[in-house]
Design a protein around this ligand. Sequence first.
Ligand code: ADP
Ligand code: MG
Length: 234
Amino acid sequence: MATILEVCEVRKNYHMGKVVVPALRGVSFDVEKGEFLAIFGPSGGGKSTLLHLMGCLDRPDKGKILIDGSNILKLSDDKLAELRLTKMGFVFQFFNLLPRLTSLRNVELPLTIAGLPEKETSKRANEMLKLVGLEGRMDHRPFELSGGEQQRVAMARALINDPKIVLADEPTGNLDTKTGWEIVELMKKLNKEKGQTFVVVTHDPHIAEAADRIIHLKDGLIEEIKKAPRRNKQ
Ligand SMILES: Nc1ncnc2c1ncn2[C@@H]1O[C@H](COP(=O)(O)OP(=O)(O)O)[C@@H](O)[C@H]1O
Ligand SMILES: [Mg+2]
């Protein structure tokens, strides 16, 4: 399998006045194309920091991150923004939908920003909402939807640009167990059907077990990288 993303000796500190908070203390691993990878570990371990760096939302202090072989640290802010828009999809714990917009408009947004004509954006947003099982919820606003439905809208929005990599930070963290599982199954389905690479951050061991591989992150270091049993691979 080909490598889509490489993280090499990445370090990141936060500065709180005079206090230095080490979030990542030298982390290296590869992500394979089409893989479903979990980044798992206790709160404060550096998971969100790592996901943000992988998604070009922030830059590391030291180390390298390569996406499709190109070093993202060498790219300008404009190029990084373009990379995020064309290659990445993001899903967050609190959904981050725009409250005044309908599901359809929320999902269209990345395409509108990319400058596609409205006819095309609404056709694609329609298809994507159908794919995540929300054909009956196109005109609802976020407050008219359940948590699980809101996360499905967020998923459709993350996938509308047909990104190569989907990065999800605790996507089930704000959902009950059953709804959380439905979101995991949806991600697994999309991963299988569309071959997109998923990197999912979670502190829930059951969710992590659904991945092809689990990176266990603790205190800013990788404790262990574990391959899932073959059943997840088929
Ligand atoms: N913006 C920030 N400013 C200062 N410290 C931060 C900031 N974000 C995270 N941290 C600290 O960095 C460490 C890693 O945080 P984070 O990456 O959010 O971990 P996780 O997502 O695994 O809970 C923690 O000690 C946290 O308190
Ligand atoms: Mg976090």
